[in-house]
Design a protein around this ligand. Structure first.
Ligand SMILES: Cc1cc2nc3c(=O)[nH]c(=O)nc-3n(C[C@H](O)[C@H](O)[C@H](O)COP(=O)(O)OP(=O)(O)OC[C@H]3O[C@@H](n4cnc5c(N)ncnc54)[C@H](O)[C@@H]3O)c2cc1C
Length: 417
């Protein structure tokens, strides 16, 4: 039982380690409803290592916080004593414009990085479903938006990392070149790990040039035609930067949107060809990529990330309509028809109907997956958040290697890892 004295001394030790930046946690520091005792915000990799050494010595359960834009997403941790915030790790360390590479501290927001890169006509080509996120937060959740089709996901854009292991040891992986080192790509392993293997303090990211011209084109088509048009656009020689499908709740149609980027003349020529694939309804769409990337979900909504082979998009759109038939459920779908990664936002009064809708979407995700990212507790109690996951034994062994005491984000990951 933590006594006032031990709390005091733990907090003192954390504060000493974090250059004075450690406090008792407040309501707002809860992680998916689980309240920690302390918050420490180290300002360097050395301070982060010192903080994690204190946490290891005291057996504290730790959750890493990026900018906290979606810390409530995912399965709640079994427990958390210490939240390690990265908001003081916010420097753009080095921008090597000639190599299209940038070294950045983990807590730097994508917006701040792009403000710097933009001065040199470059960008970290990552869309933000939840605005305001940190670079490491995006990597830790491998979240992506429309332009993942051309530029890839955070895993593809991270070339190197500096991390602190749960025992406080600093480790580096990768470097400043696209294919940097022989051996296991540890940087990619931490992509999508949700902070369960350690704390990333610094990243090397790959940048892309800002396109001189970009244009969205849109068409509204019946569901099956919409999926076919998305497939045709993705398989075409148009090299689209994004192919999105969006179905509003209750609709028998969906919008298909294609993003073309490049020179003015190139975009104009490709727009005509794209219009051919989008059908008579095709027109230039006055939309912002950031708006299309954003996932608008109320706290009571259920957000399901559905990943399918490209030909599986048809079934997901049909399932979205089916779950509304005779049920108290509404299902909106948005996402990359070109990558087969879609977000379904479910809303409804009946927990049973919403839970059944999750299973219906999962059944439609043949050869893919359907993961519940956000859900109120009563729904989460009735659904399997992750669904079937292969390779769990190997993942458990990886976890045991990185975090033998299972103190990092305990229970938040697949298989209850
Ligand atoms: C469990 C979960 C799953 C998500 N899945 C998706 C998705 O599939 N698609 C999507 O568009 N958005 C997803 N999001 C939302 C996405 O994370 C946010 O859009 C945004 O990227 C979060 O950035 P942030 O800086 O606010 O991080 P936070 O919300 O603070 O943290 C997000 C996650 O990243 C981890 N993390 C943050 N910083 C570090 C670091 N320096 N080192 C190690 N781990 C770190 C946290 O522990 C947490 O698990 C998910 C969020 C969570 C929590």
């Amino acid at each position: 039982m933590a006594t006032a004295a031990s709390v005091g001394s733990a907090l003192d030790e954390l504060a000493t380690a974090a250059g004075g930046a450690a406090v008792e946690a407040g309501e707002g520091d809860a992680v998916a409803g689980v309240r920690p005792r302390y918050v420490a915000t180290p300002g360097s990799t050395d301070e982060a290592a010192a903080v994690l050494r204190v946490a290891a010595a005291r057996g504290l359960q730790v959750v890493v916080r990026g900018r906290g834009t979606a810390l409530h997403w995912g399965v709640p941790p079994r427990g958390v004593d210490l939240v390690v915030g990265t908001e003081r790790l916010d420097q753009v360390v080095e921008h090597v414009a000639g190599d299209l590479v940038c070294v950045v501290d983990a807590g730097t927001t994508i917006d701040a990085l792009n403000a710097e890169a933009g001065r040199h006509g470059q960008q970290l080509a990552l869309d933000q479903p939840v605005p305001g996120s940190s670079v490491a937060g995006a990597m830790a959740t491998t979240r992506s938006g429309p332009r993942r089709l051309l530029y890839g996901t955070p895993r593809d854009l991270v070339l190197g990392i500096t991390m602190v292991r749960p025992d406080g040891v600093v480790a580096k992986a990768g470097g400043k070149v696209v294919k940097n080192v022989a051996g296991y790509d540890i940087a990619k392993l931490l992509g999508g790990a949700y902070g369960t293997l350690g704390l990333v303090t610094r990243l090397v990211v790959r940048l892309h040039p800002l396109p001189p011209e970009s244009r969205w084109m849109r068409s509204t088509l019946p569901l099956p035609e919409a999926a076919s048009a998305a497939l045709a656009l993705t398989g075409s020689q148009l090299a689209p930067s994004a192919v999105e499908v969006r179905r509003e709740a209750g609709a028998d149609e969906a919008d298909v949107l294609v993003l073309l980027e490049g020179t003015q003349r190139g975009v104009a020529a490709r727009s005509d060809a794209a219009a051919g694939l989008l059908g008579q309804e095709a027109q230039v769409a006055d939309v912002a990529t950031a708006d299309l990337a954003r996932i608008d979900a109320e706290p009571a909504d259920v957000v399901v990330k559905v990943a399918v082979p490209l030909t599986g998009v048809t079934a997901v759109l049909a399932a979205a309509r089916d779950v509304e038939q005779g049920q108290q459920v509404r299902c909106r779908v948005q996402g990359s028809g070109g990558s087969g990664v879609l977000m379904a936002v479910l809303s409804g009064e009946s927990v049973a109907d919403v839970a059944a809708a999750v299973e219906r979407l999962r059944a439609a995700a043949t050869g893919g997956s359907a993961v519940v990212l956000q859900a109120p507790d009563d729904v989460r109690a009735h659904v399997d958040s992750w669904g079937p996951v292969g390779g769990l034994d190997l993942m458990r062994r990886v976890k045991d290697e990185f975090d033998p005491d299972h103190r990092f984000a305990p229970g938040r990951f697949v298989g209850g890892i």
